[in-house]
Design a binder for this molecule. Structure first.
Ligand SMILES: NC(=O)C1=CN([C@@H]2O[C@H](COP(=O)(O)OP(=O)(O)OC[C@H]3O[C@@H](n4cnc5c(N)ncnc54)[C@H](OP(=O)(O)O)[C@@H]3O)[C@@H](O)[C@H]2O)C=CC1
Ligand SMILES: CC(=O)N[C@@H](CCC(=O)OP(=O)(O)O)C(=O)O
Length: 337
């Protein structure tokens, strides 16, 4: 059994992880942590997340001595804000733990990327270079060798899983940037109350226009520029991305279907993508599952793809668990289906 610790366990993604680690046959849920001065310190996690009652009732311990936790850990899941993960990760890495970071702290290399998009200067360049991007369906060979896995963001997961098969097969005309419009439920913003995510303020609207940090994350890892516009919707969880792209000359619906099937169909049960063909993806069918559903339709030289995930699961926690499974040679969907 691998001793597994969750830092940030009182948050939305942390609570999802607690349930998964608890049910995983090869992982021992060894401890749940919140910040040293957390108002929730020492409460049972199930007091905050009632769905865990009788399943995981461990206390949320204050993280006063991360090095002491590192000494006991085989695996550490960082379900913490970007800057917190940035500061904590190396403490665990220096003690040879496997670290799976759900934040954006190690996802993108680039000179002023972190100052421009995250508002802090990255202090751990070597680990940033060594970190493996945890897009599970596409990066398993590198994940198998990784000590630090940067789990992709929620919008980047939905967007890349849809576009990557077509880009890898050279089916997209890159001169016309794919346009990604995506709507997220409010849990995407985390559990802390803010004005933006308060009940009476949430409507349906675009935000981060031309400035969201997921645009460069998507473009970097796809190797193709994109227009990306996120929207906040008045529902709790799920993301639907609707993506419009121009196909390369001579590409038809048959070639698109072949590329999709080649990318995903062959490894059924070993990955978390479900292909819908001409049906459209919907949030209802993926919420509370680890799956990304992808549908598409071709008309002339254009394709419209729809891609749906649960932002807290395939967009964060279950993708982290897929990466743990890949890294440790467990069946990829262990504890997820
Ligand atoms: N929500 C989503 O859909 C997605 C989130 N992510 C990323 O995953 C990470 C977690 O997100 P989410 O679960 O939504 O966040 P939440 O805000 O819901 O939870 C954050 C957790 O971190 C804890 N925390 C804060 N500061 C520290 C600290 N210094 N040391 C230890 N624990 C700390 C908080 O508890 P306390 O403050 O009481 O200490 C809380 O448990 C973020 O980086 C987010 O960007 C990625 C993809 C999707
Ligand atoms: C609705 C909402 O606010 N969503 C978040 C994205 C959450 C996510 O994917 O997380 P990372 O921050 O880890 O990249 C946002 O737009 O900032």
């Amino acid at each position: 059994m691998l001793n597994t610790f969750i830092i940030g366990a009182s948050g939305y993604t942390g609570a999802e992880l607690a349930k998964m680690v608890h049910t995983h046959p090869q992982l021992n849920l060894a401890g749940l942590y919140v910040s040293a001065n957390s108002l929730d310190a020492n409460k049972p996690v199930s007091d905050l997340h009632g769905q865990l009652k009788g399943i995981v009732d461990l206390p949320l311990q204050p993280l006063t001595d991360p090095a002491a936790v590192a000494a006991k850990a085989d695996i550490v899941l960082l379900a913490t804000a970007h800057e917190v993960s940035h500061d904590l990760a190396t403490i665990f890495l220096s003690k040879d733990c496997q670290v799976f970071d759900l934040s954006g702290a190690f996802r993108v290399q680039g000179d002023d990327f972190y100052t421009q998009y995250y508002g802090f200067e990255h202090q751990h360049q070597q680990w940033l270079e060594k970190a493996v991007y945890g897009l599970a369906e596409w990066n398993s060979q590198a994940i198998k060798q990784a000590q630090l896995v940067a789990v992709p963001g929620c919008y980047p997961t939905a967007s890349q899983l849809a576009l990557k098969p077509l880009l890898e097969a050279n089916l997209i005309d890159k001169d016309q940037w794919p346009v990604i419009n995506a709507v997220s439920g409010v849990s995407g913003a985390g559990r802390k109350a803010t004005m933006v995510n308060s009940f009476c303020e949430v409507s349906l609207q675009a935000y981060g226009v031309f400035g969201h940090r997921h645009q460069p994350e998507i473009a970097t890892h796809l190797g193709c520029d994109v227009i990306f516009t996120p929207h906040l919707g008045n529902f709790k969880r799920g993301i639907l991305a609707t993506i419009t792209a121009k196909l390369a000359p001579g590409v038809d619906a048959g070639k698109v279907a072949e590329a999709m099937q080649q990318a995903y169909q062959g490894q059924s049960g070993q990955h978390a993508v479900r292909l819908l063909g001409e049906q459209t993806a919907s949030i209802q069918n993926v919420v509370n599952t680890c799956f990304c559903d992808i549908g598409w339709k071709v008309q002339g030289q254009h394709i419209i793809l729809t891609s749906a995930i649960d932002n807290l699961l395939k967009g964060a926690s279950s993708q982290a668990m897929q990466c743990i499974n890949i890294r440790n040679d467990f069946p990829q969907l262990t504890a997820l289906v």
